[in-house]
Design a protein. Sequence first.
Length: 367
Amino acid sequence: MQLLTLPPSPALATSIRATAQVFEDPKSQALLAHLQQVAPSDASVLIIGETGTGKELVARHLHNLSARRNKPFIAVNCGAFSENLVEAELFGHEKGAFTGALSAKAGWFEEANGGTLFLDEIGDLPLPIQVKLLRVLQEREVVRLGSRKSIPIDVRVLAATNVQLERAINAGHFREDLYYRLNVVSLQLSPLRERPGDILPLIRHFIAEYSRRLGYGDVALDNAAEQKLVSYAWPGNIRELENVIHHTLLICRNHLIRVHDLHLSNLRIERQDASNSAVDDSADALLEQAFQRLFAEESGALHERVEHALLRAAYRFSHYNQVHTASLLGLSRNITRAMLIKVGELVVNKRRPTRDGQAVNVANLSI
């Protein structure tokens, strides 16, 4: 069994990233074969998959199979920085470039020079930064914030997204030219529910890993519990599986996991697939009827009203959780957050200083 794991990090305890990846299922074996073919090149790769499917692990494996394996691998979450800071983080800044810039600092592109830069949640990048990123990819050089001097770089860029960038392009939230620059090669990671052959090997890995951490001996899994775990849909993918196993080991007795030890989520996430075609046709008909009635009764500004109503309905359906709302609508978290603030579902009600001494708005945001 081929097993990939992330390097140990305290941040993983609160991360939604997958910390292990296996390639036992036929779909995963096909992905691994494709990955091994493209890894030696310097081509940009777009890794597509739901949250928790192991996109960073795949990116690290691409790096480790390339000629850059002994050079830096830098992973950056594009959704983790405010719009004000993301440019300085990616491209660096000079002393005095902004309030609090007390010294010059290299950006992540410079830090990854000679190696690989992994840009996770690429769909969360603001449009102005997308323009600058495209230029960096085309020119192979960066210009630090507050500087006019270009710095040559040699970096392979891998990007990942959990949203459909085609929809973001159509909505005007993502640049089409940047999409094609990043998508020289694409790797599609199937959700865990679509690769059941990987579930049991991952269960065994996490049982062994957390038994070791907790100082337990061997822990067994009875047949009924195994069947329940294998047949579960895993909406949170590998990271959810890991959390379930960790919790189960904390409460199981006599080194045996039974069905009543398993606490699986009741979260209901709607996803569209081919098996839902009949349901989709019915939903389209209902939407058409609703629109016809709306057109007959109302006029003016309908697009905005429908968009806001859809956003509010999705937010309520997702129990006011931004991540699930974004997933349901096929948007990035940053865009969803901005839209929720715009329609009044989230209220920016206080300010706090940032590290550079500037004040930024902070919203009461549930994730």
